[in-house]
Design a protein around this ligand. Sequence first.
Ligand code: PLP
Length: 433
Amino acid sequence: MQYYSLNGQSPPLDFKEAAIRGQAPDKGLYFPEHIPVFDSSFFHGIEKMDDREIAYQVIQPYVGESIPGKVLKRVISETINFPIPLVKLSEKIFSLEMFHGPTLAFKDVGARFMSRCFGYFSKERNQKLVVLVATSGDTGGAVANGFYDVNGVEVVILYPSGKVSSVQEKQLTTLGKNIHALEVNGNFDQCQQLVKQAFADVELNANLFLTSANSINVARWLPQQFYYFLAYKQWPDKKHPPVISIPSGNFGNICAAILAHASGLPVQHFIAACNVNDVVPEFLKTGEYRPKTTIATISNAMDVGDPNNFVRILEIFEEDISELKRILSAYSITDDETKTTIKKIYKQYHYVLDPHGAVGYLCLERFLKKDRELKGIFVETAHPVKFYDVVEPLIGAKIPLPPAVENVIDKFKVTTKMDVDYNFLRDFLFQLK
Ligand SMILES: *Cc1c(COP(=O)(O)O)cnc(C)c1O
């Protein structure tokens, strides 16, 4: 499988090269040159298939020759080694819980898959790979955990001191080994700027095998399809495919879901569930795509004013907007509505939503009102304990700590403190060689 750049100026590459580059030299996102299609027998037999076998069938055509089958199977078994349950709330509404991975958010699948692929590529090339990433919160934890102890890979994470939550900070600073946390005396944008400077540094890149792990990377984006195939495996009413509502920020997760549908996965309709950062809901209403300044909300992982992956969704539909609207709706939800939903669902079902899942739930509920026959799934993208300061006062109860958090809370934070100083970062990277 070859990947072309959506900006059309860079040459196509295979999976391995596209993953290592992350973004094309012309600043475009990579997109697969064709979308594999399953025949209906695959879906008829899906209930009897092993989760890992499903994942292998889904991803193998995308990986192609870049990773041998045996290695790919191992990568997959290390990626989905936690449950992804579809939980029934009512006859019509199900929650797809994507938060049972080690950092309690859906990004674990993408980060784990990518890290194992990179481990293989570095071995093949017999050169240490240095992954450099700036984080404002969730990404850092998933990347740190995913790459932890992966042979041949060093990970350097820059985060703004005092500006990530305490759980998030522990998730990136307590692992040690090949994970290096740089605590920057500055804000997220300055961290990002330092990372960009490193990627543009010719001498550094001639000496180090340096790469990024951000969410537009094909090795993070494509495996997110697993979630939706595994949801369908558990869907009880195969005669009536589900409506699926997905809390969206950068639109990587929903884009993977729509790609799965393009491969034949039965889905009635998709809903992009957004907070007040409503670029896509506005686009579907007006036909105009206008990036906006980000507004801070309680569902902060969705605070994105110019969603990177939306161009990939347009590409799937070959820019046919009316076709896109037939399968995709989008709603925008306020923080007040999000809070009311968390309260209401706890009362009604004794189910604890996190703020992102609550946006997903409410959008689904709205859409289902259109037709009494409809049933659907909303995606729970994070464990509510990650947002206990918002959620606990609303439900008037404490959320028990899952073992993954309990383990991390008592550990000792180890960081290297630095000012916004590129030379410091440069020296740090050189000594990893
Ligand atoms: C990253 C994230 C999102 C948004 O996912 P996208 O793929 O960027 O649309 C939603 N919820 C949580 C908890 C996240 O961490």
